[in-house]
Design a protein around this ligand. Structure first.
Ligand SMILES: *[C@@H]1O[C@H](CO)[C@@H](O)[C@H](O)[C@H]1NC(C)=O
Ligand SMILES: *[C@@H]1O[C@H](CO)[C@@H](O)[C@H](O)[C@H]1NC(C)=O
Ligand SMILES: *[C@@H]1O[C@H](CO)[C@@H](O)[C@H](O)[C@H]1NC(C)=O
Length: 179
């Protein structure tokens, strides 16, 4: 009698395990690799600039973005280099001039997307941007929404920069792994 009920307990246990297994396997966590391509508009000189300098080291006046300066940006991300092309999102964050020998920024940004399935999702990027290099690689360190658990890298290439206004258009290729 005792043996029989132990047997049925064991079979119920395996039955539960079996269905639990099916349930778990029905929703596998599958990693995706996504490539995003857009243009970043850093507009320093305009009636409504998208980037502002909020701090600078003493005695650094007269230089553009000197060592120690800090910029805050809410830069449009568009489909093509044309600033009036489709708005795909915003780059909200800050960058700081951190090299005494060449123009290099520390970048700390959230890219917030506004289109289709990416609407409302963000990618967080943090890294080094040596702006005179042809291609700069900046790590993607996280994300939200469809980009939860994100990691990857962004490749930044200067498309155009005006040496008078310092307005810049930068092409971004982002490769990101997420679920
Ligand atoms: C700026 O530089 C001048 C000349 O070298 C110096 O006298 C002054 O103390 C400096 N000011 C600051 C705030 O560092
Ligand atoms: C993105 O989401 C916001 C808020 O939910 C909504 O107002 C907007 O229309 C959406 N945009 C697109 C292009 O789907
Ligand atoms: C840079 O901006 C200035 C001021 O808006 C403008 O006059 C000039 O044509 C621009 N230069 C280039 C190369 O676009």
């Amino acid at each position: 009698m005792g043996t029989a009920s132990n047997l049925s307990k064991v079979s119920i246990f395996f039955l539960v395990l079996f269905f639990f297994n099916i349930f778990v396997n029905e929703k596998p966590f599958k990693e995706k690799l996504t490539h995003l391509h857009f243009y970043f508009h850093d507009v320093a000189t305009a009636t409504n600039p998208t980037v502002v300098q909020v701090a600078a080291a003493p005695n650094s006046t007269g230089r553009i973005r000197p060592f120690g300066s800090l910029m805050i940006a809410d830069d449009p991300l568009t489909e093509t280099p044309d600033p009036s092309s489709k708005l795909l999102g915003k780059a909200q964050g800050l960058y700081s001039s951190v090299s005494q020998s060449q123009t290099t920024y520390l970048m700390a940004f959230n890219f917030v997307f506004m289109e289709g399935k990416y609407n409302g999702s963000t990618l967080s990027i943090f890294g080094r941007n040596s702006i005179l290099s042809k291609v700069r690689e900046i790590p993607i360190i996280g994300g939200s929404g469809v980009f939860r658990f994100a990691r990857g890298y962004a490749l930044a290439r200067t498309y155009a920069v005006n040496s008078t206004t310092f307005n810049a258009i930068v092409e971004y290729d982002v490769h990101v792994l997420h679920y």
